[in-house]
Design a protein around this ligand. Sequence first.
Ligand SMILES: Nc1ncnc2c1ncn2[C@@H]1O[C@H](COP(=O)(O)OP(=O)(O)OP(=O)(O)O)[C@@H](O)[C@H]1O
Length: 592
Amino acid sequence: MWRFLWPYRAPLAVSASLAVADTVLSLARPWPLSLAVDHAINHRPLTGWLWPLGGVSGAGLAAVAAVGAIVLVALSGVTGYLTSYLSGAAAERIGADMRETVYKRLLTLSPRFHDRNRSGDLVTRLTGDVSRVQDSLVAWLVGAVPDVLTLIGLLVVMFMIDPAMTVVALVVVPPLALLAVVRRRQIKAAQREARSRQGDLASRAAETLRHVRAVQAFAQQEAETGRFRRENVGTVRASLRALDLEARYGPAADLLLAAGSGLVLWLGVVRVTSGRMSLGVLLVVLAYLGSMYRPVRSLTRLASTLARGAASRERLNELLDSTEYVREPERPVPVPASPLTLAVDDVSFGYDAEHPVLRGIDLTLRRDEMVCLVGATGVGKSTLLSLLLRLYDPDSGAILLDGVDLKDVNTRPLRDRISLVPQDPWILDGTIADNIAFGQPFATREEVERAARTALVHPFVEALPAGYDTVVGEGGVMLSGGQRRRLALARALLRDAPVLLLDEPTSGLDAESEHAVMSAITRAAAGRMTLVVSHRLRVATLADRVLVLSGGRITEAGAPAELVARGGTFADWCRLQNVDATRPARHLMATG
Ligand SMILES: Nc1ncnc2c1ncn2[C@@H]1O[C@H](COP(=O)(O)OP(=O)(O)OP(=O)(O)O)[C@@H](O)[C@H]1O
C-alpha cells in the first residue's frame, strides 16, 4: 500500500506538520485555566514566562486567560481544518489511484482467474473495499497521527508536572493495548467474512439482473427473491457479528480509562490537601488527563475502522498480488507485421490437469486460406481459439506465427494481429459506431461505415432513426441476435488484422442473413488467414480445408469435397444438415 501513499508525500507531510502544530495548541489549551485559578483568583506570583503580566490586575489576568483560550481554540480550528482537508483530499486521490490500479489488474488477470471469481464480488472489491481502505487511511491520517502526537505531547508535559501521577495514569495502557490487539484480530476476521458475504450478494444480484428476462420468462421472481433474501440475511448476520465485536470494545476500553482517572483523581486530591500541589495545577493535570483519554479512546475506536480497512486491504492484495496472468516474455521477439502462417504444433491443453480438452492438435493456417473447424458441442473448438489469442498457454506443444512461438512475443502486438468474432458477441452500452470502433477507437466514420457495409450492418442501421449514433443499451439489448452477430463481425473487420478468427459466425441467423454473412466473411477473408469454428456446416463449404475435432483430436482433415467423398463423420453431418459440401461456395460468394 505504500506505493499508493508515496506520490502524495508532500500534502501528507504538510498535514502531518499541521497535526504537530495542532498538538502543541491543544497542549497549551488548559493553561489559561491555570492562569485564571492560580494567579487571577489565588493571586500567586507570576514567575517564569508569565513575568510580563506582573503588573496586571486580577480582572485583567482573567481577561487575558479568556482571550488566550479563545485564540487557542481559533488557531486549533484552522490547523484542524487544514489537516482534515489536506489528508482527506490526499486519501480521496489515493483511493482513485487504487481503484484504477485494481481495475487495470482485473483486466490483466487471465480468464482462469475470472473463471474462478464472480464478477459481482470483484466489483465489490473495486468499489466497496477500496473505499474502506481509503476510510482507514483517512482515519490514520486525520485520527491516528494527531492522536498519537497529542498523546506523546501530553505525556511529556504531564511527566514534567508530576511524574508519579503520570505513571499512575499510564497503568491502564498495557491492558488497553492488549484489548486493542485481541479485538482488532477478531474484528478483522469478522469483517472479512462480512465483506465476502457482501461480495457474494452483489454477484448474485448482478447475475440475476443480467438475466432478468430468463427470470421473468420462467416466472422465477419469487424464488430468486427468496434466494436473495436468504443470502441477504446471511450478510446481515455476518455484519452484525462484526458490529457486536466493535460495540463491546468501546465500553470495555471506557471502563479501563475510568479506573485510571479515578486513581489519578485520588492521588491529586491527596497532594492538594497535603499542600504538595496547587489546585490550578491539579485542574491542569485533570484537564490533561481528560485530553489524554480522548485520543486513547478515539484510538481504541479507530482500531475498529483500521480492522475493517485491514480486512478490505487483504481482499485487494489478493488481486494486486495475484500472479495469474499470461506471462509476458523477458526478451520479447517482434511479432511479424504481416505473417504468412499460423501453426499449431502438437498442442495439448486442459482447464484442469484431470480433464484434457485438446490432445496433440496440429494445424497450419496460411495467408489467403480459410480453414473451418467443426466438431460436436463442448469438444474444444472455442478453447483452441482462446489458445491462438494466448488467453491461455498450451500445456504442451507450441503455437507459432511465422515460426515465432507465441510465448516469445508480447500479448498486445500479438492480439493486434488478430481479429475475433466471439461466439457470444459482446456489445457494450454505447452507440453502434462506438461498438464497431471498439477495437479501433481512432477509426474515421468512413472506415466504420465501410466495415458496417461489408458485415451487412449498414442496411439495418440505415433504418434506425439515429443511424450509427443509436444507443444499443447494456449488452446490446435493443438489437436482435443476428444484428449483434453482424455488429461483432463489423468490429472484427475494422481491425484489419491478418488473422481472422470467427466463432460460430452464422449461428442464430435465418437463411437469408446466413447467406449474407457468409458472403461478408468471404470478402473479409481475402488476403487473410481465417479460421472459422462452426456447427453449421453450410459455412464449412466456404473453407479451403475442413478439420473435424473429436475427442480432443483432429480426426479428419481435407477439402470439404474430399471429406464428403471419404464418407466419414463430416460426410454424415453434411447429410444430416442437408448441406452439399461437394461444391465449394467461396468462389460463388466472392463474385456475389
Ligand atoms: N473456462 C472454463 N473452465 C473450465 N472448463 C471449461 C471452460 N471453458 C470451457 N470448458 C470446458 O471445455 C470443454 C470445451 O469447451 P469449448 O467451449 O471449447 O467447446 P466448443 O467446442 O467451443 O463448444 P460449443 O460448440 O458448444 O461452443 C467443454 O467441456 C467445457 O465444459
